[in-house]
Design a protein around this ligand. Structure first.
Ligand code: MNH
Length: 151
């Protein structure tokens, strides 16, 4: 599990993502769909869109913003705010039916995008980010277990 210092380290570089969640979120979702085309099928509203229609798509930007804002909320909670992730696990398991492996995939994508786009994200902060994303996944997995969602 990530330490409090690791959450702080990641937050110290998170300013640009917090200030512009839509743009970064858009890139994350585009990269997710590109890396793992299956993931696009899990979104009713994006499933049938060809690649060109994922460019400058206000819906995709809006959803990217929602995802990034929630991630920022998780970071600011230092991993201690269980309610945020519990609600997220509940909607993703029961409503959206997202198998947990996709949280691994999106974590890898987030890591890649952040390191690529954010200036000065050095090796210590990178390790911290990896651990923080791992904590996110582990806690989501625990709630998935509680809900009895096996995928
Ligand atoms: Mn996701 C909706 C956050 C990863 C598929 N997601 C939402 C919502 C938030 C959110 C917030 C809107 C509120 C809710 O339904 O709970 N999602 C996240 C975060 C991550 C995430 C913070 C990881 C980081 N989500 C994923 C992954 C997938 C996915 C991975 C699938 C591959 N999410 C969805 C779908 C919806 C959703 C599908 C519903 C979208 C819609 O139709 O509006």
């Amino acid at each position: 599990c990530a330490s409090a210092a690791e959450f702080i380290s990641v937050l110290s570089f998170w300013g640009p993502l917090k200030a512009d969640p839509k743009s970064y979120g858009e890139v994350v979702l585009q990269r997710l769909f590109e890396t793992k085309p299956d993931s696009q099928k899990l979104f009713t509203k994006f499933a049938d869109l060809p690649k060109e229609q994922l460019q400058n798509n206000p819906d995709l930007q809006a959803h990217g913003g929602i995802v990034l804002c929630k991630l920022t909320e998780f970071l600011q909670g230092g991993g201690r705010d269980k309610k945020t992730l519990k609600d997220l696990a509940e909607s993703h398991a029961k409503q959206h039916k997202i198998p947990r492996v996709y949280f691994q995939i999106i974590s890898d994508v987030i890591f890649e995008v952040v390191v690529e786009k954010i200036e000065g994200f050095g090796t210590d902060a990178q390790t911290a980010l990896k651990n923080v994303l791992k904590t996110f996944q582990t806690q989501m997995g625990e709630f998935y277990d509680e809900l009895g969602f096996d995928d």
